[in-house]
Write a protein that binds this ligand. Sequence first.
Ligand code: FAD
Length: 328
Amino acid sequence: MLGPGPLLLAAARSDTVRRLVSAAPVTRPVVDRFVAGERLADAVQVVTGLVARGLDVTLDHLGEHVTDAAEARRARDAYLALAEALAAEKLGERAELSVKLSAFGQALPGGHDLAYRTVLPVVEAAAAAGTTVTLDMEDHTTTDSTLAILRDLRTRFPRTGAVVQSYLYRTEDDCRALAAAGARVRLVKGAYQEPTSVAYRDRRAVDRSYARCLRVLMAGDAYPMVATHDPRLIAIAGALAARYGRGPEAYEYQMLRGVRPDEQIRLAARGHRVRVYVPYGTDWYGYFTRRLAERPANPVPYTQLTLTPERQVYGYVVVDAVLGWDQG
Ligand SMILES: Cc1cc2nc3c(=O)[nH]c(=O)nc-3n(C[C@H](O)[C@H](O)[C@H](O)COP(=O)(O)OP(=O)(O)OC[C@H]3O[C@@H](n4cnc5c(N)ncnc54)[C@H](O)[C@@H]3O)c2cc1C
């Protein structure tokens, strides 16, 4: 039988489950742990609080897989408003933007060019606000397109950041190319369900790949953004930074809102730059479901998930995961 991780990732792609979960009254308090709120003002308030505690931020206006170009333009407009708000609040030095190109139409016919054209004004607006954009990485079918768009954006905006996923076999090579180009690179394990033809499925293999990629990034000319909550990999990153003579200004740690907040503060207090990934907006379902799939990392109190019979699908998927966490 499938474990809760794959089930939850399958649920993330189901419209029926999406409707049930989004309507569930029990969901909101659980979502709030990971998502800053629905409105831009909520996000700005959360950013201000994190910055006051010595943390940097990357903001994600939630949304992915738009179905037409008009929706892609709406995603663009939400980010333009965000860049304007960061400029007005003088938060550009501390808060950058994370974008998913599927929200900019990447999966539509002609999507590569559409995504580039639609994201470009956001990258320009971010630069005008004194900040930059990192292109989140989605499933492996998008990797080539996303890295090609990154290369094009970096010709004018070299601080535009990449994300690479250590579960993909290709990623060590991608790290070499990005390090040679001197790019800002966020290294993650990867959050999508991928086939064994392209990705390691064994957790230890993913971790070993992460450590190899870290070495490539730390040894080269990249600016490494070490995005993990994993204490062993955080320690390895620190040791590699020391070995390759990098001070705390020459790399950073990144973690998700709602995951290991005490560790975020502890690292920042020790002089490290720590950036918190803060999603906001109404379209939280896909993001939320991926976080639930990462058990045992994200325990949610079982009592918050009392379910009515008509929410059986939600109950099956989520409670299975929660029971797994309780035992994990
Ligand atoms: C800033 C950021 C941006 C990201 N962007 C992307 C992206 O663009 N594309 C993408 O595919 N994925 C992205 N991810 C998600 C990433 O791929 C992983 O799915 C996610 O970070 C979980 O992996 P992990 O490295 O934290 O390790 P895990 O394997 O989930 O956890 C490893 C260990 O970390 C510790 N740990 C984790 N959570 C907790 C907790 N709540 N409390 C205590 N200990 C804990 C535990 O010791 C655990 O065993 C991003 C993650 C971050 C942090």
